[in-house]
Design a binder for this molecule. Sequence first.
Ligand code: PBG
Length: 329
Amino acid sequence: MLNRKFPLTRLRRLRSNSFIRDIVDENKITTDDLIQPIFVKDSDGIEEIDKMPNVFRYGLDVLIKEVREICELGIKSIAIFPVIDSSKRDAAGSEAFNENNLACSAIKLIKEHYPDLIIISDVALDPYTNHGHDGVLIDGYVDNDSTVSALVKQALCLANAGADIIAPSDMMDGRIKFIREALEESNFKNTIILSYAAKYSSSFYGPFREAVKSSSKLGNSSKSSYQMSSANSDEAIHEVAMDINEGADMVMVKPGMPYLDIISKVKEVFQIPTFAYQVSGEYSMLKHAIENGLLDNKVMLESILCFKRAGADAILTYAAKEISKELNK
Ligand code: PBG
């Protein structure tokens, strides 16, 4: 006999087949949500990055072919990271504000071929300094205010080259205000600022630092005097509030998967476009596990969906191309 006291609510009804599951899904990933980071190098050809399976550095001679593939998959935005020769790095990171540097050349080249593709460009001195820090060192300490002056010059060069989105990833205080004012004064009124507002001092950046060849320069030195402590979340709210007040259009939380609580909090408190970065260490961890048969490759898409569920509006991931191929099937 049927027990009439059995719960009338059966949550499994809406899970019983794939069509009904698709209809009631609260979150979906499309190629609109994905941003592909690209490493650009100042010599010709392609080089695989040791610790990041299936991620490469591209010379300007092969860059457009790669960008074409990205565009054809339906991805609408990329983030450019220059890897420059040691000979061009100095203590002040002055190559950062050379108008014809590698980042600017890459942006101009891409814009000639794909004017609609949204280009995000990092603002920080680490690709250009011979000590690997994001700013200017004075007595071994990254000096906030002189770094901000350098970042303003760097941001103007990138905007002038055609970057759609300027993304300060340096964590200096006050840099959004000064960059925003400089952009307004120089008639870059529609240049978007995506602030890496809640950027943590994280060991998950390891493979990236090797990819841009800054880890050997940084040595044992840490970025903890400017990037946030993993212990904190109230502080993330202060950082985001400050950057929004100073003129940021969008904010980023970084790293991603171990910091989903921060994404969720930021989105809930500010309701501003909030991006998340699945950083190099997270990507490499998953990728190595997949390559070694420990995990199914579906974990990549699952991880991205979890970012979305947590509140991210878009996700920077080295797997953007690969996930897009999967989504387009
Ligand atoms: C540089 C920068 C870093 C990343 C993006 N921009 C490294 C760092 O702060 O040391 C990390 C990205 C990744 O790990 O994928 N300011």
